[in-house]
Design a protein around this ligand. Structure first.
Ligand code: FBP
Length: 264
């Protein structure tokens, strides 16, 4: 385990992570094709696209984050659920911090669905994970997706800010939340997270410009970065998209300038 990389992730002002846990969350038929169903393809994008980490479920991590992919920092998701069950969601812990450390994790992730009637169970599991991960000196990323019968608009500013704040209150080093599509209001969301860093997710791959605009907006608002999946590995030009996002994040490129990476 490389301590330098852990500290790098914790201290980094900017952070671009590649997420691929959708095989569990959504199933293979919804999001994947013949090419990206192979985790080797995802690992190759993460490594050659210069992502700062790849987020995997434990099974994929154990079988694919090996040999030549060891150079890409591994973030292991410690819980997950399928899209088969309906109703208020609960994402059960399926992997311990110890097991994640053994497979080389440099950070761990956990999803909480605030508002779900199972929220308390997820809070309790998450509390133990923070304690164990911090004992090892590794950061914890908390996916905070407000869901359930009582949540009517999961990306309203009020709910998004609440999600960000829950991450701070519970000890997350990073929160991963959805963008509320309002740059000015997102500043309040960032303020609500305090010293917990904010990453946004990408959603379905729709258009290159939309995802670059989200990156630009959230950067302006003060986000640390993105933990993004489908917009990269469903994209016919994943490396160009990575470069475009990096140009916005590290070189302060405009959306039009970043679009040039995708135009050739
Ligand atoms: P995307 O960038 O592809 O949206 O991935 C982000 C992510 O948080 C994944 O880590 C996770 O599998 C997925 O979104 C869950 O999405 P949802 O619960 O909205 O279906």
């Amino acid at each position: 385990m490389s301590r330098v990389k852990i500290e790098h992730l914790l201290k980094s002002k900017k952070c671009l992570l590649l997420a691929c846990d959708q095989g569990l969350e959504h199933g293979p038929s919804k999001d994947f094709n013949e090419k990206n169903i192979d985790p080797n393809y995802i690992m190759h994008i993460a490594l050659e696209g210069h992502f700062q980490g790849v987020i995997l479920q434990p099974g994929v991590a154990e079988k694919y984050h090996v040999e030549h992919y060891k150079d890409i920092p591994l973030i292991v998701k410690l819980n997950g659920k399928t899209s088969l069950l309906k109703g208020d969601p609960y994402s059960a812990q399926t992997c311990s911090v110890d097991r994640a450390i053994k497979m080389g994790a440099e950070a761990v992730g956990y999803t909480i669905y605030p508002g779900s009637k199972h929220e308390a169970k997820m809070f309790a599991e998450f509390g133990k994970i923070v304690e164990q991960a911090h004992d090892y000196g590794i950061p914890v990323i908390c996916w905070l997706y407000p869901r359930g019968e009582v949540i009517h608009d999961e990306v309203s500013t009020e709910i998004t800010a609440y999600a960000a704040r829950i991450g701070l209150e519970l000890g997350a080093d990073f929160v991963k939340i959805k963008y509320n599509k309002d740059l000015d209001a997102f500043k309040w969301v960032i303020n609500s997270a305090g010293r917990t860093k904010v990453l946004v997710s990408g959603g379905d791959y729709t258009s290159d410009r939309d995802i670059l605009q989200e990156c630009w907006d959230t950067q302006q608002a003060g986000a640390t970065g993105m933990a993004i999946g489908r917009a990269i590995w469903q994209n016919p030009k994943p490396f160009s998209m990575a470069k475009a996002l990096q140009a916005i994040m590290w070189k302060k490129a405009s959306v039009d300038e970043a679009m040039k990476f995708l135009e050739d």
